[in-house]
Design a protein around this ligand. Structure first.
Ligand code: AKG
Ligand code: FE2
Length: 293
């Protein structure tokens, strides 16, 4: 365990294989798969979408804590009360940590997508929930997401938190795995869109917190069996590519955001020194021209 914690300190993320009962995770996955008829019928029509969002921003379309959240229908003690999980979280965050949010995340296969969504979705930037029928917005749907830090949703709020991401089924490279940028937390929080020069065919990209000094950072794909647990800091860059899986077993994952109690001490104090998230989004004129793809 000590070596895993050292890895987390050095790299801003870690994979923990043997914390959870893999069978319980697989069971939950099968249960979730039977929760609804996963597929194209989850989407609303283009007309419904346009009518709903004509003069309204995309707000409150995702699960919140205790709000339109499928996780509230499940007993998650096998994760949250698991001794090994608690032990790790006590080391990383100290005592009295707080679960800010927990939810299920679904990676949408291409074959589910109505044509109008395919046409609109030229960018990977955000989730899909605005296209889903209201009653299905109790999980978050993704089909790839740009590199971001999870601090993006917490403008001017506590920065000392982690994401705990759990795969509920086996995830291979065709199932929209998360892609983590190793050590990218070292400069702390920076606003979105990030100054990244990606080299899609290489194992690294270049990142600068301020568009001045670019350094190389390694990409690391998160693959794993059902029950794999991943931790990363709120300032660790990560993204995912669209799901390329034709397999029926699309990815459903479990995502927790967990923050440190201000009065506790944990490993995170040494890794994430910046206490408060600053501004999260910036308008950068000419951004597209600056960065090469
Ligand atoms: O699951 C994904 O595709 C992206 C998830 C992600 O970045 C997040 O939930 O913070
Ligand atoms: Fe994220």
């Amino acid at each position: 365990m000590i070596s895993k914690l050292k890895y987390f300190s050095d790299n801003g993320f870690v994979k923990l294989d043997n914390l959870l009962d893999h069978e319980r995770c697989a069971e939950l996955y099968h249960n979730l798969k039977n929760n609804r008829n996963w597929g194209m019928n989850l989407f609303q029509s283009e007309k419904e979408f346009l009518d709903e969002f004509k003069d309204k921003p995309f707000k409150k379309i995702n699960p919140g804590k205790g709000i339109q959240n499928l996780i509230d229908e499940y007993n998650m003690d096998f994760v949250e009360q698991n001794d090994s999980v608690i032990q790790v979280l006590n080391k990383v965050l100290g005592f009295n940590y707080e679960i800010m949010l927990s939810k299920f995340v679904v990676a949408v296969p291409e074959k589910w997508m109505p044509d109008y969504v395919k046409k609109r979705k030229v960018k990977l930037e955000s989730n899909f929930n605005q296209y889903m029928k209201k009653e299905y917005r109790n999980v978050t749907y993704f089909r790839g997401i740009d590199y971001h830090m999870d601090s993006i949703d917490w403008e001017n709020q506590d920065n000392q938190f982690i994401t705990m991401y759990i795969y509920l089924n086996k995830v291979d490279k065709f199932m929209s795995p998360l892609n983590i940028i190793k050590k990218s937390h070292i400069h702390g929080h920076s606003s979105f869109p990030h100054f990244i020069k990606d080299h899609p065919t290489e194992k690294y990209l270049e990142y600068s917190p301020d568009n001045k000094n670019f350094n190389k950072f390694d990409k690391h794909m998160l693959l794993g069996e059902a029950g794999s647990v991943f931790l990363w800091t709120g300032n660790t860059l990560h993204g995912s590519a669209p799901s390329l899986s034709e397999k029926e077993n699309f990815r459903i994952s479990l995502r927790y955001l967990i923050k440190k109690n201000k009065n506790s001490e944990g490993l995170l104090d040494k890794i994430v020194k910046q206490k408060t998230v600053g501004s999260t989004r910036a308008e950068i004129p000419g951004y597209k021209e600056i960065l090469t793809k």
